[in-house]
Design a protein around this ligand. Structure first.
Ligand code: ADP
Ligand code: MG
Length: 873
C-alpha cells in the first residue's frame, strides 16, 4: 500500500502590487493564510508532502514530485501525475512549461529515454497517445478524426480508450514533436481569468513495455507493461468570475461537473478502505480514466496549483481542502507482469526449488505444507485450463451450429427468392439476387474456414520474428491504435461482459478495487490484440453480410405479406363477383316469373277495364281488344325471351329492340284507351248527371293507378307510366279535394276544441301563477324578516357570549377571591383553634392557680385565726 504524493505549488502573483489584506505564506512543507503583520488566520494551515513557493522552477517540481514515478514506470509500475487547481493557477505551466522552463511532461519524457538507455539488460517498446476530454467527449489529439472515443476495460489492458491512436516512439524528440502536433488540436478559450484557458482535460499517456534480454540468464519470459499518465486538468471555475457565457459556459459546466466527480471519488477514497463503499468512478470520463491512479494499481502524484491573489482565497481554500483529502488515499502498487505459459511454469519451478532448498532448514514442516499447497494450486490451474479448453470447444461447436443455421437461413431465403421471382417473372432481378447470395455463400464459407481453423486465431498468422521489440511493435503497429474491443478477446466493457457472463452483472468498479493479479498469462503468439483486431474486422465483415442478408430477408417477408394482403383482397372481390354472377343468372328466371304474374295481373285488369266498356261497340272497347292482343303478344315475346335467357341462349338480347317496339305501341294504345275512358266519364261529371260519378271516378283512379303500378313494375316503362299518372291526376284531384275538405274541417274542429281547452288551461295557469307570485312575495318578506331576526339574534348571541366571557372572567376572579377567603378562613379557624386551645389551657392553669390560692388562703386562715373583715374576703 502506498499513499498518494500530494504537493502544492503557488503561482507568482500576476501584478507586483501587494494586496493590503491577507496572503499565503509558505514555510517548509506547510502553506497557511496570514494577515498583515504576519498573524496567521486560524484553521487555514495545511501541510503536504511538498509545498513549492512562487520562485520554484518546473525542474525542481519534477525532481521532487515526479521523477520517482517516471523511473518506476520504466521498472514496470503504473504511474500518474496530474495537476489540479483553479483556472490560471499554473497547471498547464507546470505540465507543459515554457521554452526556458520545460514542464513535467517534457522532463519526464527525456528521463524515460535516459533510464531506458541505462537499463541495458532489458528491451523496451514505448507507445504514446494524447487525448483530451472536452465536454465529456474523448477526442484523440494525435488523430483529429478520432472523436467521441469510448472507454473500455479488459483484464489484460485495464481501463483503456478504444480506438485511440498510439504511436511507437524511440526518442524523446519524437515524443515532444508528437505532443507539439497534438497541442494544436487542443481546445483553448479566452476567459476573464486566463487569455489561453484550457477548456479540456488532457491526458498524455505512455505505455512502456519491457522484457529481459534473452542472453540474460536470470530473465524469464515475463513482459512488464506499465502505463504512465501525465494529466493537465481544466481549471475549476466560478462562472461569475470567468464571465463565461454561450460555448464557454457550456464548457465550464462540463469542467465543473467532471471536477466535482473527481472530488467525490477523492472524498470516498479518503474515507479509508473500510468505510469506502462504492466509488463513483463512472460518474465522469475523467474519473473513469484515472481509476487506476486513484485507489488502484499506480504510483500517483498530484500537483495542486494555487493563485496567491486575495480575490482567489475561496478557490485556493477549496484546492487545499481537495489536496488534504487526496493525501489520505492509498494505492496498491505492483509491477505489471504478463507471463507466457512457459514463463509461468519456469517461475513456479524456480519457486519450488527455492522452497526445497529452504526445506533443508528448520521450518521443514511448514515449507512442505507450502509445497503441497503450491502443487494443489498447480493442479487447480491445470483443471481450470482444461475447463477453459472445454469451454473453448463448446464455443467452437456453437459457432459451427450458428454458421450452419445461417447457411440454412440462406438456403431458405434462396428458395423463397426463387419462388418470388418465378411468380413475379423478374428474371434479371432474380439473377442479381442469386449472384449476391452466391458471393455471400462463398465469403461465408471463407470466413468459416478461418474460424474453424481456430476460433481465436487471427487471420494474420504469419510467423512473427522472434525479437521482443519487433514482436511487440508488430502487435502495436498492426492496428496503430489502442486495442478495440471484440467479442473474442477478454474485453470487459459492460455489454460484452454481460454477454460473456450470461447475464451475470459484474461490478467493474469492484473489479478494479480488488488487488491486481500480479501474474497474468496469455498466449503470446496467437492471441495478441493485433491479431484479434484482424479477427474483429473479419467478424465485422461477416456481421455486415449477415445484416445485409437479414435485411433482404426482411424485405422479402414484407413483400410477401403485402402480396398476401393483395391476394386476400382479390379473392374477396372474386367471390363478390361470383355472388353477383349468381344473382345476375337468377334475373332471367325472376323476370320470367314476374312476366307471368304481370300477365295474370294484366289480364285481370283488362277484364275489369272491359267491364267499364261493356257495350263492346265503343271505340274504347275496340281499343281494349287491340290492347289485349298486343299485350298478350308482348307477354308471350317476353316469356320466350326470358326462357331463352334462362337456358343460357344469348340471342335473346337481340330481341330487345323488338320488345321495346312492341312495348311502345302497347303503351300508346293503353294511353289513348285511358284518356278515352276519362273523357267518356268526365262528361257526366261536368253536366252534374248521375249520382255514381264519384264512385266511377274512383274506379277510374283505381284502374289508372293499377295500370301505373303495373307499368312501373317494369322499369323500362317508367316514363310512360309517369305520363299516364299525370293524365289521371286531374281527375283524382277533384275527388281528393272533397275528401280533404271534410278531413280538414273535422281536423279544424278538433284543433279548435283543443285550442279552447288550452285557453282554459292557460287561464288556470295564469291564476295559479299569480297566486304563486303572491305566495313567493310573502315568503320573501318572511324570509327577510327572518334574516333580520337571525342577524339580531346573532348580535345578541355575540353580545351574550361577550358578557358570558366577562361573567366567566368575573366568576373566575370571584372564585379565586372565594378560594383565598376560604384559605384565610381556614387559617383563621386554625388560629382560633390554637388560640382556644391556648385559652383553655390558660383557663385550666388559672383555675388550678385559683384553687391553689384558695386552699393556701384557707390554710393561712386556719393557721392565723385572726378575724379578717368579711368584706375583704
Ligand atoms: P491554468 O492552466 O491553471 O489555467 P496556466 O498554466 O495557463 O494556468 O497559467 C496562467 C498564466 O500564469 C500563464 O501565463 C503562465 O505562464 C503563468 N504562470 C503560471 N504559473 C507560473 C509560474 N510558476 N511561474 C511563472 N508563470 C506562471
Ligand atoms: Mg491550463
Amino acid at each position: 500500500m502506498e499513499k498518494i504524493c500530494v504537493a502544492v505549488r503557488v503561482r507568482p502573483p500576476v501584478s507586483l502590487e501587494t494586496s493590503g489584506g491577507v496572503f499565503w505564506k509558505v514555510e517548509d512543507n506547510r502553506v497557511s493564510l496570514h494577515r498583515q503583520h504576519d498573524t496567521p488566520v486560524s484553521g487555514t494551515s495545511y501541510a503536504f508532502d511538498h509545498v513549492f513557493e512562487e520562485t520554484c522552477s518546473n525542474a525542481r517540481v519534477y525532481e521532487l514530485l515526479t521523477k520517482d514515478i517516471i523511473h518506476a514506470a520504466v521498472e514496470g509500475f503504473n504511474g500518474t501525475v496530474f495537476a489540479y487547481g483553479q483556472t490560471s493557477s499554473g497547471k498547464t505551466f507546470t505540465m507543459n512549461g515554457s521554452a526556458d522552463n520545460p514542464g513535467v511532461i517534457s522532463l519526464g519524457v527525456k528521463d524515460i529515454f535516459d533510464a531506458i538507455q541505462m537499463m541495458s539488460n532489458r528491451e523496451f517498446l514505448v507507445r504514446v497517445s494524447y487525448m483530451e476530454i472536452y465536454n465529456e467527449e474523448i477526442n484523440d489529439l494525435l488523430a483529429v478524426e478520432n472523436q467521441k472515443l469510448q472507454i473500455h476495460e479488459s483484464l489484460e489492458h485495464g481501463v483503456f480508450v478504444a480506438g485511440l491512436r498510439e504511436e511507437i516512439v524511440n526518442s524523446a524528440e519524437q515524443v515532444l514533436k508528437l505532443i507539439e502536433s497534438g497541442e494544436v488540436n487542443r481546445h483553448f478559450g479566452e476567459t476573464n481569468m486566463n487569455v489561453r484557458s484550457s477548456r479540456s482535460h488532457t491526458i498524455f499517456r505512455m505505455v512502456i513495455e519491457s522484457k529481459g534480454k534473452d542472453n540474460d540468464s536470470s530473465s524469464t519470459d515475463a513482459i512488464r507493461v506499465s502505463v504512465l499518465n501525465l494529466v493537465d486538468l481544466a481549471g475549476s471555475e466560478r462562472i461569475a468570475k470567468t464571465g463565461a457565457d454561450g460555448v464557454r459556459l457550456k464548457e465550464g459546466k462540463h469542467i465543473n461537473k467532471s471536477l466535482m466527480a473527481l472530488g467525490n471519488v477523492i472524498n470516498k477514497l479518503s474515507d479509508g478502505v473500510k468505510q469506502r463503499g462504492h466509488i463513483p468512478y463512472r460518474d465522469s470520463k475523467l474519473t473513469r480514466i484515472l481509476q487506476p491512479a486513484l485507489g488502484g494499481n499506480a504510483k500517483t502524484s498530484i500537483i495542486c496549483t494555487i493563485a496567491p491573489e486575495e480575490d482567489h482565497i475561496e478557490e485556493t481554500k477549496g484546492t487545499l481542502q481537495f489536496a488534504s483529502r487526496a493525501k489520505r488515499i492509498t494505492n496498491c502498487v505492483q509491477v505489471n507482469e504478463i507471463l507466457t505459459d512457459a514463463a509461468l511454469l519456469k517461475r513456479q519451478k524456480l519457486e519450488i526449488e527455492e522452497l526445497r532448498r529452504k526445506l533443508q532448514g528448520s521450518h521443514a514442516g511448514v515449507l512442505e505444507q507450502e509445497i503441497l499447497k503450491l502443487r494443489n494450486d498447480m493442479l487447480k490451474y491445470e483443471l481450470e485450463r482444461e475447463k477453459l479448453q472445454l469451454e473453448l470447444e463448446e464455443e467452437r461447436r456453437s459457432r459451427k451450429e450458428r454458421d450452419q443455421c445461417v447457411r440454412e437461413q440462406q438456403m431458405r431465403l434462396q428458395n423463397h427468392n426463387s419462388l418470388v421471382t418465378s411468380s413475379g417473372g423478374n428474371g434479371s432481378h432474380s439473377e442479381e439476387q442469386n449472384s449476391k447470395r452466391q458471393s455471400f455463400c462463398e465469403e461465408c464459407s471463407d470466413s468459416n474456414g478461418i474460424c474453424q481453423g481456430g476460433a481465436f486465431r487471427t487471420p494474420c498468422s504469419k510467423a512473427a520474428p522472434n525479437a521482443f521489440v519487433v514482436k511487440r511493435s508488430n502487435y502495436s503497429r498492426l492496428p496503430e491504435y489502442s486495442p478495440l474491443p471484440d467479442t473474442f478477446s477478454n474485453v470487459a466493457d459492460e455489454d460484452t461482459w454481460l454477454k460473456m457472463n450470461k447475464g451475470y452483472i459484474a461490478d467493474l468498479d469492484s473489479l478494479q478495487m480488488t488487488p491486481a493479479t500480479k501474474v497474468q498469462s496469455f498466449p503470446l503468439n496467437d492471441g495478441t490484440p493485433g491479431c484479434s483486431n484482424e479477427n474483429y474486422r473479419d467478424v465485422q465483415k461477416l456481421k455486415r453480410q449477415l445484416e445485409n442478408v437479414t435485411e433482404e430477408k426482411n424485405e422479402f417477408q414484407r413483400k410477401y405479406s403485402e402480396e398476401k394482403i393483395l391476394n386476400a383482397r382479390l379473392t374477396g372481390e372474386i367471390s363478390e363477383l361470383r355472388q353477383e354472377v349468381l344473382v345476375i343468372r337468377e334475373i332471367p328466371r325472376r323476370l320470367y316469373e314476374s312476366v307471368v304474374s304481370s300477365k295474370d295481373f294484366y289480364e285481370d285488369l283488362l277484364c275489369s277495364m272491359k267491364s267499364f266498356a261493356a257495350d263492346g261497340e265503343s271505340s274504347t272497347a275496340k281499343k281494349l281488344v287491340s290492347i289485349s292482343e298486343i299485350g298478350s303478344s308482348l307477354f308471350s315475346t317476353l316469356e320466350t325471351n326470358f326462357l331463352m335467357a334462362m337456358d343460357g341462349d344469348k340471342s335473346f338480347s337481340n330481341n330487345d329492340s323488338l320488345v321495346r317496339e312492341q312495348c311502345k305501341v302497347f303503351c300508346e294504345k293503353l294511353k289513348s284507351t285511358i284518356s278515352a275512358l276519362i273523357l267518356s266519364e268526365k262528361a257526366p261529371i261536368d253536366n252534374k248527371q248521375g249520382k255514381n260519378s264519384p264512385c266511377s271516378c274512383n274506379n277510374k283512379v283505381v284502374c289508372a293507378s293499377s295500370l301505373w303500378l303495373f307499368l312501373t313494375y317494369n322499369i323500362s316503362f317508367r316514363n310512360e307510366a309517369l305520363t299516364l299518372l299525370i293524365a289521371v291526376k286531374g281527375c283524382a284531384q277533384e275527388e281528393e279535394s272533397t275528401c280533404w275538405k271534410e278531413k280538414l274541417s273535422s281536423e279544424l274542429n278538433t284543433i279548435k276544441e283543443k285550442y279552447h281547452g288550452l285557453e282554459k288551461d292557460l287561464d288556470l295557469n295564469n291564476k295559479f301563477l299569480e297566486t304563486s307570485k303572491e305566495m313567493y312575495d310573502s315568503l320573501e318578506r318572511e324570509f327577510r324578516l327572518l334574516q333580520e331576526e337571525r342577524d339580531s339574534l346573532l348580535n345578541k348571541v355575540s353580545e351574550s357570549s361577550q358578557t358570558l366571557t366577562m361573567v366567566t372572567d368575573q366568576k373566575e376572579n370571584v372564585l379565586k377571591d372565594y378560594n383565598t377567603e376560604v384559605e384565610k378562613k381556614k387559617n383563621l379557624e386554625e388560629e382560633i383553634k390554637q388560640f382556644s386551645a391556648a385559652f383553655a389551657c390558660r383557663q385550666k392553669s388559672l383555675v388550678s392557680f385559683h384553687s391553689d390560692l384558695k386552699s393556701k388562703i384557707e390554710k393561712l386562715r386556719a393557721q392565723n385565726p385572726v378575724s379578717v373583715p368579711k368584706s375583704r374576703g
